[in-house]
Design a protein around this ligand. Structure first.
Ligand code: G6P
Length: 610
């Protein structure tokens, strides 16, 4: 969370920094700020509460720019989202800092720095960084040395950038726990927390490693590792497209990304599967050998990615014949666990930077896991770099905070993982062909499901005044009900819960009345009869039902039950197909409620702090 952009250039840089922030707004959007060293050596800071657009307007109106500067869009952790807490923070109007992460020992450092005479003007943990660096500079250190020394005394996570008006042609950046990428230009260099921010100025990037500190000028970039030794980090060419950050004809990124799903699923499958099965080595060299020793899979993830993991457990146990446990990363990382011999740790993450998921991977690596696999959408992310194997979901950049195409491509990737393991462990030919055909036919199924957009838009009217909603599913549709409920609460702020339909009578049935819409996902599978009984339990208690069902699932619309037919003839990909109408429902409800669909309150897309 929090987006950082910085640069050292000959040209005026403020507009580039603000444009970069606009591309990073998915990381946080409660306040934003910029600080630039002007040609006459002044450190000129401007901060605004609210969206980056507020800052952009102020910069456009009147802002003396310069060639070196830093900028930040904030997702508040310490201190409310007001102007005083917005970054950049300054020390004595001389040094400026932007920071992403949390400084855990900020109380202690604050007391020490106060005793040395530094005055604090914000409630943030970040401000200790800039005063600490300043103190080291006062003691004779260069900016680079001061940042290196500060890295020794701070505890916690940071991606941080500092500039000093007494040395106007340089910036120093440090990474520990929060990603930073250096963008290499011609006679100018940049820094950002995501390369997306810099795609308009460069295509060449250096990804900093944990503990790296870098000194950046217009013509040179010097990187030092965690031990302070100079290191060469590889330069990589970016593959992302600038267009990914444009809404195109759509009103919101979320709607664009929902409609992109046939394409993104095709990209996930491309070159990896044909009617004969999986292409060799799609999970990497040596993966097959690992599977030969595999007894158990532990999946960890957060949020939407956790729901994908839950679906995968049904598939892995049924078709790949391997036991599987699924856990929320923030729980897994803090409990004592027993490692089943021959276990693989699988992490699932859109961003590859989620702090809890990364911590869970690092913990597992200390606990005798056979190997690690990351299912991820961002190449070069921490999770990808730190795992033995990585499988890219290829969803393309996802900007809307509520995850959509990342989720369906995770499911597709996980079904290919199921098939890859099943190929080694043994699977009957009919099941194998069913999975292959299901995957190859999925883009067309999603296209059909998207044609429900208009009827669902009309249906959404019935939800707009509701305060609560209940989602029900069984088997691999239970996690889909959970994902549907998460989408609704994330963007429309309606309280929603999901239950495995069989659990209804153990509590939630007490909530049923005419004011609580009950949304049911009901493909025609082996659990359908059980689900019919659960639906009848709701009807008998005056509940109002919205049933998303296969046409042959035998549900009829009447005054207390609306049936929406979802075209589906395949069990195995039903989780992906049934996700689509639930995404559309939450989108259209949010639209009616007038909430901020792409940047819902209090949320951030990439949660890089605990
Ligand atoms: C945040 C996002 C969610 C996402 C979760 C996990 O909460 O708002 O959309 O599912 O993080 O993120 P990851 O990048 O690890 O999939």
């Amino acid at each position: 969370m929090c987006g950082i952009v910085g640069g050292v250039a000959q040209r005026d840089i403020a507009d580039i920094l603000v444009a970069g922030l606009q591309r990073l707004e998915y990381r946080g959007y409660d306040s934003a700020g910029v600080a630039v060293i002007t040609s006459d050596g002044q450190l000129n800071r401007l901060r605004k509460t609210g969206k980056v657009a507020e800052l952009a307007a102020a910069v456009a109106a009147d802002y003396p720019s310069g060639g070196t500067g830093i900028a930040h869009t904030r997702w508040a952790t310490h201190g409310e989202p007001n102007e005083a807490n917005a970054h950049p923070h300054l020390s004595s109007e001389r040094i400026a800092v932007v920071h992403n992460g949390i400084i855990e020992n900020h109380h202690e450092l604050r007391d020490k720095l106060r005793a040395s005479g530094y005055e604090f003007s914000s409630q943030t943990d970040t401000e200790v960084l800039v005063h600490q660096v300043h103190e080291f500079i006062e003691q004779g250190a260069s900016l680079l040395e001061a940042v290196q020394k500060t890295a020794q005394v701070v505890k916690g996570a940071y991606g941080t950038v500092l500039v000093d008006k007494h040395n106007p042609n340089e910036m120093v950046v440090a990474r520990s726990g929060s990603p930073l990428v250096i963008g290499l230009g011609i006679g100018e260099n940049f820094i950002a927390s995501d390369q997306l921010a810099l795609l308009e100025v460069t295509r060449k990037f250096i990804y900093l490693e944990e503990g790296d500190v870098a000194h950046i000028t217009r013509h040179a970039v010097q990187v030092f590792d965690v031990n302070g030794q100079p290191v060469e980090r590889p330069v990589k060419e970016a593959t992302g497209s600038v267009d990914a950050a444009d809404k195109g004809e759509y009103r919101h990124y979320m709607l664009k990304e929902i409609f992109e799903q046939p394409t993104s699923v095709r990209q996930t499958l491309e070159g990896r599967i044909s009617t004969n099965g999986l292409a060799p080595n799609i999970f990497g060299q040596g993966f097959t050998e690992t599977v030969a020793q595999l007894n158990h899979i532990q999946i960890v993830a957060c949020g939407t990615s956790y729901h994908a993991a839950m679906v995968a457990r049904y598939w892995l146990e049924q078709y790949a014949g391997v036991s599987c446990n699924v856990e929320i990363a923030s729980e897994f990382r803090y409990r004592k666990f027993h490692t089943v011999p021959g276990s693989m740790i699988v992490t699932i993450s859109q961003s590859g930077e989620t702090a809890d998921t990364l911590a869970a991977l690092r913990l597992a690596k200390e606990h005798n896991y056979l190997s690690s696999l990351a299912i991820c959408n961002v190449d070069g992310s921490s999770l990808v770099r730190e795992s033995d194997f990585a499988f890219m979901t290829r969803a393309g950049a996802e900007i809307g905070v509520a995850s959509t195409k990342a989720f369906t491509t995770q499911l597709v990737s996980l079904l290919m993982l199921t098939l890859a393991i099943a190929d080694e462990k043994g699977i009957n030919a009919a099941d194998k062909q069913m999975i292959i055909d299901g995957l190859l036919g999925l883009p067309a199924k999603i296209e059909q499901a998207l044609t429900l957009s208009q009827p669902i838009e009309a249906l959404a009217e019935e939800f707009a005044e509701k305060h609560h909603a209940l989602f029900l599913g069984r088997g691999d549709q239970y996690p889909i009900a959970m994902e549907g409920s998460l989408k609704l609460k994330e963007i429309s702020y309606i309280h929603a819960e999901a239950y495995a339909a069989g659990e209804l009578k153990h509590g939630p049935i007490a909530l049923i009345d005419a004011d609580m819409p009950v949304i049911v996902v009901a493909p025609n599978n082996e659990l359908l009869e059980k689900l019919h009984s659960n639906v009848e339990e709701v009807r008998a208690r005056g509940g109002v039902l919205y049933v998303f069902a296969d046409a042959d699932a035998n549900f009829k619309s009447d005054e207390t039950q609306r049936v929406i037919n979802v075209v589906n003839t395949c069990d195995i990909t039903a989780p992906m197909v049934y996700t689509i109408p639930l995404q559309l429902l939450s989108y259209y409800v949010a639209l009616i409620k007038g909430t901020d669909v792409d940047q819902p309150r209090n949320l951030a897309k990439s949660v890089t702090v605990e």
